[in-house]
Design a protein around this ligand. Structure first.
Ligand code: IPT
Length: 987
């Protein structure tokens, strides 16, 4: 077929492409063709077929590893990655792609192993090639295929010969298939998964499917064996269960009652080794017994409701891209388990097949998604969308078929998903119908089926808290997205899940606990999947060699979507974000609460089916963050879904400090994913006896005007301003209303009426802040006064061309060997929007000994914000300035510790006093001002600094999820208001 026609061909496969089947562990002879290949890159697809010619001399070609993406090899020699979310990086003219089409020619020689059976079919398997490729063996074309994250097998029996062989592959970056692969990720061409040659005997097992079931403590296996008559007898063995069944002919293959077994669940992923042997081949599987069903609006596994505490997982790595690394994948899944993640949506394509072995083994509910997204068609109102165009029907069906057939044996997979963001249409409906026929058990998911025409579960992305609540509630006529009231009523008859929520871009997301509470309250709601597991940063270097994690635009792309690809719970360098810690606290599988009167701990087991017998309840009492007593509670065994009460010990109270009781549920023994002692859940109780709050001293009454150049206790002042503190240079307090906007502050999504009083549709909070000049406030000293042992200043703070202002009164007073500072912050009426923060900044120049560590008593150990406080607990913590701040991919607000009581910075320390409403301030420590942070696009662009900045904030604005979802919940939005800050410094 001429190249232009092949490139625009919507039909997925040509030539000797074999029928899709399971990815099986088999004993047939095989040869991995991974390794170094000869490689040549051309800028265009229209090339002579010389790549296939045995006489071509490729000695001058480069060498490239397989599997790999060519754009991630050779330091830019083979082009660069392109990041787009919804946009297509080429003109939208389906099914055509531009002539400028990077094309990689690959060649390698291999020896056909001696001793492979003569009558075997020789099969060449590609587990992933992006996006369209042609294959030749010894100069003859075997075929062509597309479907980047799907497997293809070619029958090359007639093309290979004994001894040396030449394998040639031509890979085009762009093809008709690219229109179906518009997922939000880097475009990364190349042979990026394994290539394997195998010898399939005539009496081998073409395919095996062991469908399992579990009911009343007993397992069943409903087998499907695809093999020729010659392959029989076929024997199924499960040695551990004493099962050995022999089928003499295909007609004898029938369901097997297994007897008593332990079921498979994500919590107790019990697997049994099984083999299926024909005359010529034995395959090994790990079987888990479980039954998936929908009953009414409940999604059940083994008869019990499942709540997804899930992550959307892309395959991405800063150096390898989508090339699979089993060790890294295992470490990722172990990390998920440690952070109370119990489910994975394989967004938005099937992962490397080994990932599903790991999911079976470690235990996850998996929604396995097909490799499909046509999001870029949304721009033109879905005109020409392949999803509803008969020319693409075969491609859609082929993709779904390859998805299901490859992975159907995995107990972890409890749902199939048709794809993501592809509008709606007949081809999607046809995919669903095909799945229903092929695998009637597992439900079909697809979010774009708003009205529920052809899918089994109701799914949404980023619906707000009130909307989600309405979905969970009966009798609500509130319209559901894209539905008439009648369609909405139908959707409410189905189980609901959030296939994406809580967009984890930069600092955030907020409100995880609000979504969790909804799933607790409304059984129809089955939880969801956070967008997304990890950042997709690509490790690269600046011209001067500084390494950094690149995002969209860093490779000079013509169109790109910036840092929208950095929206994970884990940073590019594998570091879990505070957002992931918040998730772990919210998703904790046992809820620990205290009875009224605090005599008892209530242990509620929120798991699917496992008891809490694997957990030990440890307690400790701390006075002002210092442990005074500890022990272990006599824990009852709490069955899943039950709650039990446990008596608490007597708590010794501190006379003058705070008394906190902390209870932690920890693993009693090592689990496959965490050692004994790993904290699974935590709760705290404030047992501080109520006593009169510590009040600041009354301000001196006899003020007289002053030049303000005085010494006061451990500080010196010049014209009212601080110049020295505890023997080091210092300045401040300076009013700070700005924070370096988070990605959510920069987001302009959503105008849900519930939130709208705090936000304007289409306009980000950050834009409003910049318009008002919060990042460029100017100061005018109005007055300086003195009284014995005290100093008072009044400053008016406002921005250029603004009538709105803030009056800041500071009163310093030397008291009991300490220096007290009281700051009264009072805005004029009329400031129009929410504020990022209300606080003050102190500048502390290094002078040879930088302030680079803080020890504090307050909440920690990680940053927290008003709508993300569940992971924070009260204690005494210590951290370096680098540990205090998170290196988000794009620099932004970070490091705020809420409700701090005491901070020790080495040369000096300070305590805080609650305001008249009992609110304690927070603090942060940074090497940069918010203005500097806001100006940097990447961490390495931050200027070198010779100063530490201390921020004491009366309040911070919440985080929300507005980069792609709802704004900050009104209760956690910070409005301009008068606030008081009060701290006491000591040396
Ligand atoms: C949603 C996509 O499904 C997901 O792939 C990702 O792009 C996410 O957005 C944003 O990071 S679609 C969005 C338009 C709601």
């Amino acid at each position: 077929m001429p190249v232009p026609r092949l490139l625009s061909d919507t039909a997925p496969a040509h030539g000797a492409v074999r029928t899709p089947r399971s990815w099986l562990h088999s004993d047939v002879p095989s040869l991995s063709l991974n390794g170094e290949w000869r490689f040549r890159l051309s800028p265009s697809a229209d090339l002579p077929d010389d790549v296939a010619s045995p006489s071509l001399d490729d000695a001058a070609w480069d060498s490239l590893p397989v599997p790999a993406h060519w754009v991630l090899q050779g330091d830019g020699r083979y082009g660069r990655p392109i990041y787009t979310n919804v946009q297509f990086p080429f003109p939208i003219e389906p099914p055509f792609v531009p002539d400028e089409n990077p094309t990689g020619d690959y060649r390698r020689h291999f020896d056909l192993p001696a001793g492979w059976p003569d009558d075997a079919r020789i099969v060449l398997r590609f587990d992933g090639v992006e996006s369209l490729y042609r294959v030749w063996v010894n100069g003859t074309e075997a075929g062509a295929a597309s479907g980047s994250r799907l497997a293809h097998e070619f029958d090359v029996t007639d093309l290979v010969r004994a001894g040396a062989n030449l394998l040639s592959v031509r890979v085009h970056q762009w093809s008709a298939a690219s229109y179906l692969e518009d997922q939000d990720q880097w475009w990364l061409p190349g042979i990026f998964r394994d290539v394997t040659l195998s010898a399939r005997p005539a009496d081998g097992l073409e395919d095996v499917w062991l469908r399992t079931g579990f009911a009343d403590g007993r397992g069943t296996i409903d087998p499907e064996v695809t093999a020729t008559d010659d392959a029989f007898p076929v024997t199924l063995r499960l040695p551990e269960l004493g099962v050995e069944v022999v089928w003499a002919t295909p007609a004898e293959v029938a369901p097997v009652a297994i007897g008593a077994v332990d079921p498979w669940t994500a919590e107790s992923p019990r697997l049994y080794d099984a083999t299926v042997a024909s005359r010529g081949e034995t395959v090994s599987l790990r079987v888990g017994f479980r039954t998936v069903e929908i009953r009414g609006d409940r999604f059940l596994v083994n008869g019990r409701r499942v709540v997804f505490h899930g992550m959307n997982r892309h395959e991405t790595h800063p150096e390898r891209g989508r090339v699979f690394d089993e060790e890294h994948a295992r470490a990722e899944l172990i990390r998920m388990k440690r952070f109370n993640v119990n489910a994975i949506r394989t967004s938005h394509y099937p992962p490397h097949p080994r990932l599903l072995d790991l999911a079976d083994e470690l235990g996850f509910w998996v929604v396995l998604e097909c490799d499909l997204e046509t999001h870029g068609f949304e721009k033109a109102g879905w005109r020409d969308n392949p999803s509803d165009d008969p020319r693409w029907r075969d491609a859609y069906l082929d993709r779904m078929r390859r998805t299901v057939e490859r992975d159907k044996n995995h107990p972890a997979i409890v749902m199939w998903s048709l794809g993501n963001e592809s509008g709606t249409g007949a081809n999607l409906a046809a995919m669903s119908a095909w799945v229903h026929d092929r695998d009637p058990e597992r439900p079909v998911h697809y979010e774009g089926d708003y009205t529920g025409e052809y899918t089994d579960v109701y799914s949404r992305m980023y619906s707000s808290v009130p909307e989600t609540e309405q979905i969970g509630t009966d009798g609500s006529l509130a319209p559901l997205l894209g539905c008439t009231p009648a369609q909405g009523a139908r959707q409410r008859t189905k189980p609901f899940l959030l296939c994406e929520y809580a967009h984890a871009m930069g600092n955030g997301p907020g409100a995880l606990d609000q979504y969790e509470a909804l799933a607790d309250a409304h059984p129809r709601l089955h939880g969801g999947f956070v967008w997304e597991w990890r950042d997709h940063g690509i490790l690269t270097r600046t011209a001067d060699g500084t390494p950094f994690y690149a995002y969209g635009g860093d490779f000079g792309e013509v169109v790109h979507d910036g840092n929208f690809v950095m929206d994970g719970m884990v940073l590019s360098n594998d570091l879990p974000t505070p957002g992931l810690h918040e998730f772990a606290a919210v998703a904790q599988p046992v809820a620990l609460t205290f009875s009224e009167g605090a005599e008892q701990l209530i242990v509620a087991n929120r798991r699917h089916s496992a008891s809490a017998a694997d957990l030990t309840l440890q307690w400790r009492v701390e006075h002002d963050g210092r442990e005074t007593a500890s022990g272990v509670l006599e824990a009852p065994t709490v069955a899943a879904g039950d709650a039990e009460r446990v008596a608490l010990p007597a708590v010794p109270r501190s006379d003058d400090g705070e008394t906190w009781l902390t209870v932690e549920a920890v693993l009693s023994e090592d689990a496959p994913w965490a050692p004994a002692g790993h904290v699974v859940a935590r709760a705290q109780l404030d047992r501080t006896p109520s006593r009169a709050a510590r009040r600041g001293s009354p301000a001196a009454a006899e003020w007289r005007d002053s030049a303000g150049t005085v010494d006061l206790g451990l500080a010196s002042f010049d014209r009212g301003g601080l110049v020295r503190l505890a023997g080091r240079r210092a300045s401040g307090p300076r009013l700070e209303l700005f924070r370096a906007p988070t990605d959510n502050d920069e987001g302009a999504a959503s105008s849900d009426p519930t939130y709208s009083d705090a936000s304007i549709a289409g306009v980000s909070s950050a834009q409003l802040w910049r318009e008002q000049g919060l990042d460029r406030l100017t100061h005018r000293l109005v007055s300086v006064q003195e009284a014995p042992g005290a100093l008072r200043t009044v400053t008016r703070v406002s921005a250029a061309n603004s009538v709105d202002s803030v009056t800041v009164e500071t009163i310093w007073a030397a008291i009991d060997g300490e220096l007290e500072l009281r700051v009264e912050i009072e805005p004029t009426a009329g400031w129009p929007s929410v504020w990022p923060r209300i606080g003050v900044r102190f500048d502390l120049p290094d002078d040879g000994s930088p302030i680079d560590t803080a020890e504090w008593f307050g909440t920690g150990p990680l940053e927290s914000y008003p709508d993300s406080t569940r992971a924070a607990y009260v204690g005494r913590f210590r951290a370096s300035i680098d540990q205090l701040n998170v290196e988000y991919a794009r620099p932004q607000e970070t490091g705020h510790r809420t409700a701090v009581r005491e901070v020790d910075l080495g040369t000096f320390a300070f305590t805080t006093l609650a305001d008249s409403r009992g609110r304690l301030p927070g603090f942060s420590l940074s090497r940069h001002t918010p203005q500097q942070v806001a100006a940097a696009r990447h961490p390495h662009e931050l200027p070198t600094s010779d100063t530490t900045h201390l921020f004491v904030d009366a309040a911070q604005h919440g985080l929300g999820s507005r980069a792609c979802g709802p704004d900050v919940w009104p209760e956690f939005a910070l409005r301009p208001e008068a606030r008081t800050l009060q701290v006491r410094f000591r040396a």
